[in-house]
Design a protein. Structure first.
Length: 242
């Protein structure tokens, strides 16, 4: 059963090595996103899960072992997480890095077991919801880290130009995350992924499927667009007893 969740973006720029000399003093908006991600991942661990599932978009649905490696060399960033040949997609590479940063998933004594699950970036809403429901059944207490960026369309437009559709989409997702509204996330239209350059929809709908039978409370930790791409960070948890 899902007992906690976090939503984080997966830009390579989250990783200090990606910004070179600026790593010691990153742009304020980027620092805010990274700090929010750290807090969200630590909240997952604090929920006392039996399993941490990291879900992110990829070219196909595939489950990876917790020891699987990922690399950012293709983005010009000399960073590899894990050992062996890098096989993880970007979303899970950054997700695995966030866990390692929190000292999770590194073996005995470093928290609960970890599942790395890629979801087909083009998967239908129904398929995503079914995958989420199956993940929630993997252990009595499951914490899910959903990796994904919101719209990047503004990064492709004229600098400073408004983009009403992208803004409305991002606000819709932000409101659903803040309210822990699984049904609202489940209704997101996959057809908008390509139009609005959204990388997180499939992972968010896996989260929606995992939370479908669970009452959660939500918190939007951060919403920022430092490079024309909207990054959302949120936490879901079991409601506290009054």
């Amino acid at each position: 059963m899902l007992t906690a969740a976090a939503v984080c973006p997966h830009p390579p720029l989250l990783i200090p090595a990606a910004i070179g000399a600026a790593a010691s003093d990153p742009p304020p908006a980027l620092r805010a996103v990274r700090d929010a991600c750290d807090a969200a991942v630590h909240a997952l661990a604090a929920a006392g899960p039996d399993l941490i599932a990291v879900v992110g978009g990829g070219p196909a649905e595939r489950e990876y072992d917790a020891t699987a490696a990922g690399s950012l060399a293709g983005f010009g960033v000399p960073v590899t997480v894990g050992e062996g040949e890098p096989v993880l997609p970007l979303s899970l590479t950054v997700g695995r890095w966030l866990l390692a940063r929190a000292e999770l998933g590194a073996g005995p004594g470093h928290g609960p077991p970890v599942l790395l699950q890629a979801v087909d970036q083009r998967a239908s809403a129904d398929d995503c919801l079914k995958l989420g429901a199956a993940i929630a059944e993997r252990a009595p207490r499951v914490a899910l880290l959903a990796m994904g960026d919101a719209s990047a369309r503004r990064a492709r437009d004229t600098e400073g130009a408004p983009d009403r559709l992208a803004r409305e989409y991002d606000e819709e997702v932000a409101e659903a995350l803040a309210a822990a509204d699984a049904r609202r996330l489940g209704r997101l239209d996959p057809a908008l992924d390509a139009e609005l350059l959204v990388a997180g929809r499939a992972a968010w709908q896996v989260l929606a499927g995992a939370a479908a039978s669970t009452r959660m409370s939500g918190r939007l930790r951060c919403m920022a667009s430092p490079y024309g791409v909207t990054y959302l960070v949120a936490s879901w948890e079991e409601p506290r007893a009054d």
